[in-house]
Design a protein around this ligand. Sequence first.
Ligand SMILES: [Cu+2]
Length: 138
Amino acid sequence: MRRLRYSATLLTLALVAAACGGGGAAPETAPAPEGEAATATPAGDGPVELTVVGERVRFDVTELRVPAGTPVTITFINKDAGIPHNIRIAGPSGAIATEVEPGPVTQTLTFTIDEPGTYEFICAVHPTQMVGQLIVEG
Ligand SMILES: [Cu+2]
């Protein structure tokens, strides 16, 4: 059986990132050696974060590319006040979707697809107007 993990949550991403920050003054740290910038970019295996906006009953992007076997978080921003949208991906083991909700609302969809391929994503309410392709690259 192919593995497919996902979860849908609402509106929490920005809050998590803001929760850090220390108390009290940080001790002085030695300056970095000249010409040697610190980098926090993960090498290859880090999670992939993408943003898709729904506005005027359209997705702002119609093609997404992600690597196979890597956790992906899509932040879906429905900017259409009073119009319900979601994002629904026809994954290899079934649909992965957020709840249908009227905007304005921000949702997140987290999943991992291990099998390379091209998978359609739609809004379940507007499947002919809001449609695109998720390309999972092996
Ligand atoms: Cu829609």
